[in-house]
Design a binder for this molecule. Sequence first.
Ligand code: PYC
Length: 321
Amino acid sequence: MHPVAYDSMERLTVVDSHTAGEPTRVILTGGPDLGRGPLAGRRERFQRDFNHYRRATVTEPRGSDAVVGALLTEPEDPACAAGVIFFNNAGCIGMCGHGTIGLVATLAHLGRVTPGEHRIETPVGVVRATLHEDGEVSVVNVASWRARARHVVEVPGHGPLGGDVAWGGNWFFLVAAHGQSLAAASAGALTEFCLRVRRAVNEQGCPGVDHVELFGPPTLPRAHSRNFVLCPGGAYDRSPCGTGTSAKLACLAADGTLAEGAPWVQESIIGSTFTASYRWLDRAAGRIEPAIRGSAYVTAESTLILDERDPYRWGIACAGT
Ligand code: PYC
């Protein structure tokens, strides 16, 4: 038997939740000290100097490819209730819609926020989250826009494929005419297809796009669309993806196919939904302010143990990072 050496163990307290099926793990204590200053700079420090904490939190053996981590930190802007850096199995991401809903549900569970609006600072801007009396959370996201319309790429094994490139807090390639069936049972084939699409998009003019979003007809009568979203580390989003839905709204607004303030119900590949709408920030420049509403549920309050005798205490770097 190994003697228990408590002083050789680090501990991270976390709360897990899921938003529309997509997991979020919020680090409350034990995470690295990133100092002060703009959140974008703290994110760089996290990636450069503390990447092992990211891996330990979200990759196996403690996490899975689908988990998005959220490192809670002091905000730089005193008007904000919290700062947060989101990350996954491949690295850090800009904003995370489902993660922000999960974070607010977590803070409500801990009694740290009450119903009302709370400003949250992220590396790509401040978002406004409202905890509603019924427990749902809405998030007014960062400014979103379409950068390229009907950009055509040559996808090996498929041929030419047209899609829009849009920012919704992360970069997306959004495709409507893809010829795939958006069935949950086809998640493996859809993932493989989207990986090929992303490689083509990255090699053919858009190196920064790290999410691919396919659209199809909804299965729920109250939804307007169903999607499948490939995330940077190769997992697919179980939720309708808050930043992906924001990017979609930017495209709909630019095309004039969804009016300002009109509801858009986005269904995910597992049948969960977000309800979204937008307001124009600058119509001439195509910049909108999207709002996403959904529900999250807390699933665990845990302590992660990093035992220095454990060869995999910093996680297993399956996504190569
Ligand atoms: O909800 O924005 C989102 C998101 C991004 C990656 C996974 N979920």
